[in-house]
Design a protein around this ligand. Sequence first.
Ligand SMILES: CCCCCCCCCCCCCCCC(=O)SCCNC(=O)CCNC(=O)[C@H](O)C(C)(C)COP(=O)(O)OP(=O)(O)OC[C@H]1O[C@@H](n2cnc3c(N)ncnc32)[C@H](O)[C@@H]1OP(=O)(O)O
Length: 184
Amino acid sequence: MTRSPVTTPPPEADQPAAHFDAPPPGSALGSHYSRCFGCGADHPTGLHLAAVTPDGATVEAEFTVGEAHQGAPMLAHGGVLAAAMDEIIGMSVWLFQRPYVTARLETDYVRPVPVGTTLHLRAWCNGIAGRKAYLEAEGRIGAPDGPVAVRAAALFVQVDMEHFARHGDAAAIAAEHHDFEVNP
Ligand SMILES: CCCCCCCCCCCCCCCC(=O)SCCNC(=O)CCNC(=O)[C@H](O)C(C)(C)COP(=O)(O)OP(=O)(O)OC[C@H]1O[C@@H](n2cnc3c(N)ncnc32)[C@H](O)[C@@H]1OP(=O)(O)O
């Protein structure tokens, strides 16, 4: 992965540990918002990612590229692939049971991805320093050990739930009953 210093954990970063209340190994993570472009079941043309954590430390999901996701004819749009990376990384920070947002996302496009391809996505955390989480993801073609099509590195920053109410739609948050333990 080609990465900048911004997405590289500093030497003093802690190794991430899943929250005691995080989804246990082998379980599904669920969607954080039904209309989310990345994971919402109610989004008509979204990515519909449904993530599982096989081990409590990484998160996996499959994304089948559809016609709504094209850039060049019958090839995935790079921005859509970046969105898939952003979403799978966003799902992986759920293991910490605290709200985070993307501050920076870096993406390497390694292979073209034709419409109809199923990408096997995986994300994990390389370190945490204060509010900053340093994360990584990859998307492989056709199988979990298939050829890598896309890689990403990201800096996510922890926020409080008021971030979403202040800048977004507080009623929608309340309607979906999300409880985050911000000070465990
Ligand atoms: C029903 C509804 C449920 C709702 C519940 C959902 C909860 C689960 C949501 C999951 C969502 C999933 C989807 C995928 C994830 C998105 O896509 S999130 C959406 C896209 N991202 C955004 O909208 C974020 C926009 N940016 C911001 O809001 C603010 O810039 C930030 C990132 C919160 C930081 O602002 P701040 O809190 O004022 O903090 P600030 O002091 O500026 O930065 C903190 C540290 O980070 C560093 N930093 C910040 N930004 C950068 C940057 N771009 N480059 C380098 N360093 C940076 C700062 O230098 C600082 O470092 P230190 O000085 O501490 O060493």
